[in-house]
Design a protein around this ligand. Structure first.
Ligand SMILES: N[C@@H](CCC(=O)N[C@@H](CS)C(=O)NCC(=O)O)C(=O)O
Length: 219
């Protein structure tokens, strides 16, 4: 029985899990939780994840919440030693650090812009949130000083984690190719990976929702 994944296309962490599963050729049964309709508050979903967030994985009754935990679980359980979550202790440690950066800084800062606009009726990009997101881009740019990917020279789950989030944040903070040369080069590498269309489709949805929220493009 294929593991079930509760997800929503617009959500960066949910997309990251789907992209990693596709990369590993692990089949998932996808179950949509429509956040726009607040379906994450349904009692049966809250029973699995009281934190009311997607993605959630149900692997034959074993429930895993948080995209970072789900991605490493999928590689360890189904990846046959895949380098997406390397076995080498130091390499893996670097991947973990980048995942914590995504969770604690990059995605958290993105939320400071995204939540007010998408869910709280904000009609301009919150400048405080934008400042934090610029700082996050600055740090990410530095991470590429000696490597092609976010955690070294190989593609890892950390790349999918950050790529899906920056795809959404690019809607209100496009990546400036002159200022962020490393990020721009990495984005091209990521866009060349299989299933890149799925990530783009989620970003396109977010763009439409921003436009609907306050005619963002015409500001
Ligand atoms: N650190 C978590 C973040 C998950 C998260 O915040 N997901 C958002 C969608 S992008 C969500 O489900 N929000 C609904 C809510 O908080 O009620 C992860 O990586 O899975």
């Amino acid at each position: 029985m294929a593991p079930k994944l509760y997800w929503f296309l617009d959500s960066p962490p949910a997309r990251a899990v789907v992209l990693v599963a596709k990369q590993l050729e692990v089949e998932l049964e996808l179950i949509e939780v429509n956040l726009s309709k607040r379906e994450q508050y349904k009692p049966e979903f809250l029973k699995m994840n009281p934190l009311h967030t997607i993605p959630v994985l149900d692997d034959d009754g074993f429930i895993v919440t948080d995209s970072h935990a789900i991605m490493s679980y999928l590689v360890l359980k189904y990846g046959n030693g895949s380098s997406l979550y390397p076995e080498d202790v130091k390499k893996r440690c670097l991947v973990d650090q980048r995942l914590y950066f995504e969770s604690g800084t990059f995605f958290a800062n993105h939320f400071k812009v995204c939540i007010p606009v998408l869910y709280k009726g904000e009609t301009i990009v919150p400048s405080e949130g934008l400042k934090f997101m610029i700082e996050a881009y600055d740090v990410l740019e530095e991470y590429f000083q000696n490597s092609n990917y976010v955690a070294g020279d190989d593609l890892t789950i950390a790349d999918f984690s950050i790529w899906t989030t920056i795809t959404n944040s690019s809607v209100y903070l496009p990546v400036d190719e002159n200022k962020y040369t490393n990020i721009s080069a990495w984005l091209k590498r990521m866009e060349a990976t299989p299933n890149s269309d799925l990530n783009k489709a989620g970003g396109d949805n977010i763009e439409k929702r921003f436009v609907n929220a306050f005619n963002f493009k015409n500001q």
